[in-house]
Design a protein around this ligand. Sequence first.
Ligand code: FES
Length: 113
Amino acid sequence: MADLRWYKIEEEIPEGDFIRQINIAGKKLCLLRHHQELYLVQNTCPHAGGTLSGGWCEHGKLICPIHRYAYDLTTGRGAEGQGDYIYIYPLKQEPDGLYAGFKRGLFSRFFGK
Ligand code: FES
């Protein structure tokens, strides 16, 4: 993970299961907890641009609210036959809060650093 830059998530993290859009330096992402596990994923559905944070989780998968395509929360892979995937950002808990990891190239694109 040496090629990652870690960015602190400043938003309050609710207890229990939730799904919501968060902004990290102006970039909209989807933060959720499912089965006690936190995930940070892209917020735009790769199928046709639906907002994934308006969806829900079932059996370890994130479901897009528009056409109900399903994405595995561990691998990001779309369900069989979809042939697509979502990007899952690494998270780490530190004593002062939750951090999201961005690949350096991606980080520069988002944050210009
Ligand atoms: S836009 Fe998400 S399933 Fe079609």
